[in-house]
Design a protein around this ligand. Structure first.
Ligand SMILES: NC(=O)C1=CN([C@@H]2O[C@H](COP(=O)(O)OP(=O)(O)OC[C@H]3O[C@@H](n4cnc5c(N)ncnc54)[C@H](OP(=O)(O)O)[C@@H]3O)[C@@H](O)[C@H]2O)C=CC1
Ligand SMILES: O=C(CO)COP(=O)(O)O
Length: 329
């Protein structure tokens, strides 16, 4: 397996694959970082304290990494996905399949990763997505975790599940690539909203409100785009929403906490030093919800705080100040 992208999540997944007796080449664009990983046998920048298993080889040359692999796992932020797939296109043999663990929407187009992959790799290439409630640090340390791998190609989903699955890292297979993609994208934005509310000290009742009504927003958008309800209340939807909204390991939640404390987006990103997908994705969720006429008030208020300068307390006031309605709507 080749793992393309050696941030925290790419590194954790590479470790899991190698632990599970797969030969893994881990590539990053930063050659000095790859050299340091080869020397230290850990990724001290993105995933410190998680030693590399023997079968994991840091690889500075993308073509060599791909040539040595059966299949390719892409783990870069959503804004880099298209460029990354494009650079892979000419390196891939016909038989090689591509799975990604990216959670987001493409900037400007608001496309889900599967649409970007179809455009860059062609509709005939077998592809899959890995998603679900899974902090990299916990996976890196070998703590119990479950994810979903979805693909229109059932054999590919099963093969990937077999490569990852062991007694601690469980994999559920699925075919609903759209539902899994929407869950992974929207939960980032909702975690920022919950971080804001918690940071303002609004308490447990407000948190439960935001998560539950946030799930309704995720489901409305997911179903509109063709995803299935069952997926959205499964690991890659509700599961990841709960994880990301409630634990401070989440960079998106921490962004919300920082905004509530009066920091601006740029300074909070500098402090976090890793990708905070929800910042860009909020703009795309807002754009697509608006375009499709899907009501997503919580995600919209997160967008307004992030990109339109609305203050966190004012955003919460706008949410709570809405008229009563049927819970089914
Ligand atoms: N961390 C986690 O717990 C989880 C993350 N994810 C998802 O995985 C994806 C990757 O996030 P994560 O690993 O956490 O991010 P990190 O911030 O930990 O690392 C980002 C990585 O992406 C690389 N990168 C950034 N831009 C590009 C580019 N243009 N081309 C190639 N590589 C690039 C960075 O390289 P450089 O250092 O050179 O900038 C770095 O290696 C995101 O979509 C995230 O939502 C999903 C589940 C869990
Ligand atoms: O996707 C994740 C866990 O499933 C990681 O969440 P954050 O990107 O908010 O850290």
């Amino acid at each position: 397996m080749a793992v393309v992208g050696a941030g925290s999540w790419g590194t954790a997944l590479a470790i899991q694959l190698a632990r599970n007796d797969n030969d893994v080449r881990l590539w990053a664009r930063d050659e000095a970082a790859i050299a340091a990983m080869a020397r230290d046998r850990e990724n001290s920048r993105y995933l410190p304290g998680c030693p590399f298993p023997e079968r994991l080889t840091p690889e500075p040359d993308l073509a060599r990494a791909v040539a040595a692999a059966d299949d390719v796992l892409v783990v870069v932020p959503s804004h880099a996905l298209r460029a990354c797939l494009r650079s892979l296109r000419d390196l891939l043999a016909e038989s090689q399949r591509v799975i990604w663990a990216t959670k987001g929407l493409e900037p400007e187009s608001a496309l889900l990763p599967d649409r970007v992959a179809a455009e860059e790799l062609g509709a005939a290439r077998a592809t899959a997505v890995l998603s679900g409630p899974s902090f990299a640090g916990e996976v890196g340390r070998g703590m119990p975790t479950a994810v979903t791998i979805a693909s229109a190609d059932a054999d590919f989903a099963r093969d990937m599940a077999g490569a990852f699955h062991d007694g601690v890292f469980r994999v559920y297979t699925a075919s609903d690539v759209v539902g899994v993609g929407v869950g992974g994208a929207v939960k980032n934005v909702l975690a920022i909203a919950v971080g804001i509310s918690d940071g303002l000290g609004y308490g447990a009742n407000a948190r439960a409100l935001l998560i539950t009504r946030g799930l309704s927003e995720m489901m409305r958008l997911g179903e509109k785009l063709g995803g299935e309800r069952g997926t959205l209340v499964g690991m890659a939807g509700l599961g990841d929403l709960l994880l990301t909204c409630t634990d401070d390991q989440s960079r998106n939640r921490r962004m919300g906490l920082a905004l509530a404390a009066g920091h601006d987006v740029a300074s909070a990103e500098r402090e976090i030093r890793q990708v905070v997908e929800g910042v860009r994705v909020a703009r795309e969720v807002h754009r697509i919800a608006d375009h499709l006429g899907v009501e997503m008030p919580i995600a919209s208020q997160a967008y307004r705080v992030l990109h339109e300068g609305v203050s966190p307390p004012e955003a919460v006031r706008r949410l709570t100040d809405r008229p009563f309605r049927s819970e089914k709507d």
